[in-house]
Design a protein around this ligand. Structure first.
Ligand code: M6R
Length: 615
């Protein structure tokens, strides 16, 4: 899981590549590198660290001139993050240079073979093996670069998005894709290559997204030629017009993408239901559902597959679907589902949830479900992503680009889409009265404003963060609809502040975790006035009598919990099923401030990457 960028055209390639890599750092940021062709030589610079380190190193050590170049930002898989393992990698002759996002699974056997033929390896990476395999094929078969890449890729097992440059053929870059994303930006007399469109959005709105097992030869002054990797069949490019704009992928005055994205939630939720929620007509219109209504209505059950935060959104959906639409739902970690031989039939509807649309485990789960005859529906944020293309139908979340590694607006917009689907199905099945449906539709329209109100607690939350920033452990409790929010709150805190945190259903506390509670343990309790309020109040009493510190998220006007808790944060009142859209806001803010106060890199937490395209 890495970011790749390439440029071939009339501009200076270096600034384009560096800017592009900065935008792709969400994909990995443990090392970075760039290779530029100045008309004579390839100048290569790479380093452990971030793109900012690369900028410093390259400006001090190499010429950064040239109109052709490739760059890489890495999330290590094979080989520790260090200068040598960073990309780009040269072939042994020094003529070929490659950047790669993915994993070559059979690299060891290929490496042995190449060593027997006299190849020498400098890094521990699978990528260096691939570039030497391409070189070996080129030499042995006496073929051009494109053909050599194709033949070599037919020998490898794994996943890749690659860009290869040959100094002997300096007016072209060869790219190929299987399992990892690759977009080609089509400018006038210039081409851009990237893992997503963000590196080239200010230059062109036209892009080709390669399909799996496709490759392209990008030649200056020529049309981009696509072909299938498995055979020589010509593939026809589908040039898409992109909707993304530059503003969306910049910080817009915030210090961090995470904060910007937290604050974007009112707009993101509104964009997600806009045109779908027709409250005045008492209707929900969603093309992906409308066209396949029979599949949903005749399904024995819905199985939700996802990872991380998206899995938490799936858990919220389980409560909503069962509660409102009375359809049985199971929620599975995609990584477990794909390997546990699950019972799936053509009577099942599988919903795959993914912000990036590139998560390897979720993609594999989708493929498995399809092989077993299930109808697969995607809920994705990234338009044109692999999951969006792999599923039979779907609905986008319209959150806009989420760059911060910690998911925030993706979560609330996923819940919004899933709520709309549940309401639509409830309406079709008649499991919800007209009045109750209208109540939901009207209330949903208030949610963006209510999120804005919830965001006004930011300063108060910052003060709470100051008190608990040095904690070593933290418990998050919630019941019913807010149990998944407790899980999500704990995930947010641990991933960006590195404080150990656990989410639990509040009533489970007495079955074990209560033993952890003492005067040093902060417990964040979601105690809104709906559902199991009284039960949660009892749980709070239990914590208090063991001297635990209580930070409670309550409905505005609450007095009972206020009297018990050390701190309370209020959210506006809403329907119980919609509370996760509001209760999650203070938890996002709390983890943000704690992480910041601990000096952590909020947008790029250690060991993580935004999209997990490896299993
Ligand atoms: O792109 P996806 O929604 O498929 O990603 C799934 C998880 O990797 C992701 O939600 C991860 O858990 C986030 N870092 C959580 O903030």
């Amino acid at each position: 899981m890495c970011g790749i960028v390439g440029y071939i055209g009339q501009r200076e390639a270096y600034p384009v590549i560096i800017k592009g890599l900065e935008r792709l750092e969400y994909r990995g940021y443990d090392s970075a590198g760039v290779a530029l062709y100045d008309g004579k030589n390839i100048n290569l610079s790479k380093t452990k660290g971030k793109v900012s380190d690369l900028k410093k190193k390259s400006s001090e050590t190499v010429s950064v001139k040239g109109n052709i170049g490739i760059g890489h930002t890495r999330w290590a898989t094979h080989g520790v993050p260090n200068d040598v393992n960073s990309h780009p990698h040269y072939s042994n002759s020094g003529d070929l240079v490659i950047i790669h996002n993915g994993i070559i699974e059979n690299y060891e056997s290929i490496k042995k073979e190449l060593i027997n033929r006299g190849y020498v390896f400098h890094s521990d990476t699978d990528t260096e093996v691939l570039i030497n395999l391409i070189e070996e094929v080129q030499k042995k078969e006496k073929v051009k670069l494109g053909k050599a890449v194709q033949l070599a890729l037919n020998e490898v097992v794994g996943a890749y998005a690659i860009a290869v440059f040959d100094i002997k053929k300096p007016n072209e870059i060869v790219v190929a894709k299987l399992g990892s994303p690759l977009a080609i930006g089509m400018g006038e007399d210039e081409f851009f290559i990237a893992s997503d469109a963000s590196p080239f959005i200010e230059f062109t709105n036209n892009a080709i997204y390669l399909e799996d097992e496709e490759m392209a030869i990008i030649r200056l002054g020529k049309e981009v030629k696509l072909r299938k990797i498995k055979n020589d069949a010509v593939a026809y490019p589908n040039i898409l017009e992109l909707q993304m704009n530059l503003e969306e992928i910049e910080k817009g005055g915030y210090d961090h993408f995470m904060m910007k994205e937290i604050y974007e939630q009112p707009r993101a939720i509104l964009d997600t239901y806009r045109g779908r929620l027709l409250a005045d007509k008492g209707l929900i219109k969603m093309a992906g559902i409308d066209q396949h209504l029979d599949k949903f209505l005749n399904a024995n059950r819905i199985v939700i597959v996802a990872c991380g935060t998206s899995w938490h959104a799936g858990l919220v959906a389980e409560y909503i679907f069962e509660d409102l639409a009375r359809i049985p739902v199971e929620v599975e970690y995609a990584s477990e589902f794909r390997y546990r031989n699950p019972v799936i039939t053509d009577k099942d509807v599988v919903i795959a949830i993914s912000q990036s649309g590139e998560t390897a485990d979720t993609l594999a789960a989708i493929k498995l479900a399809k092989e077993n005859g299930a109808f697969v529906f995607g809920v994705c944020n990234v338009v044109g992503s692999s999951i969006a293309r792999e599923t039979h139908a779907g609905a986008y979340t319209h959150a806009g680009p989420e760059i911060g590694v910690a998911s925030t607006k993706a979560f609330t917009t996923q819940i919004t889409v899933l709520t709309l689907i549940a309401l639509k199905l409830a309406q079709e099945k008649g499991s919800l009265s007209k009045e109750r449906l209208n109540e939901f539709l009207t209330e949903l329209e208030y949610i963006p404003t209510k999120v804005e109100i919830a965001l006004q607690s930011n300063e108060a939350i910052e003060k709470i963060a100051e008190v608990y920033k040095d904690s070593t452990n933290c418990l998050y409790l919630g019941r019913g609809y807010n149990f998944p929010v407790a899980l999500e709150g704990a995930l947010k805190l641990k991933e960006i502040s590195y404080i150990h945190a656990e989410g639990y259903p509040a009533a489970e506390m007495k079955h074990g975790p209560i033993a952890l509670i003492d005067e040093h343990m902060p417990v964040i309790v979601i105690a809104t006035n709906k559902g199991h309020y009284e039960k949660v109040v009892s749980n709070i009493q239990e914590i208090k009598s063991r001297k635990g510190k209580i930070i409670a998220v309550v409905t505005e006007g609450d007095e009972q919990v206020k009297a018990l808790a050390d701190y309370v944060v209020e959210i506006p009142d809403t329907l119980e099923a919609l509370t996760p859209l509001l209760t999650t806001i203070p938890l996002q803010l709390l983890s943000y401030h704690i992480a910041l106060m601990r000096g952590c890199n909020v947008d790029q937490p250690r060991n993580l990457a935004k999209s997990v395209t490896v299993e």
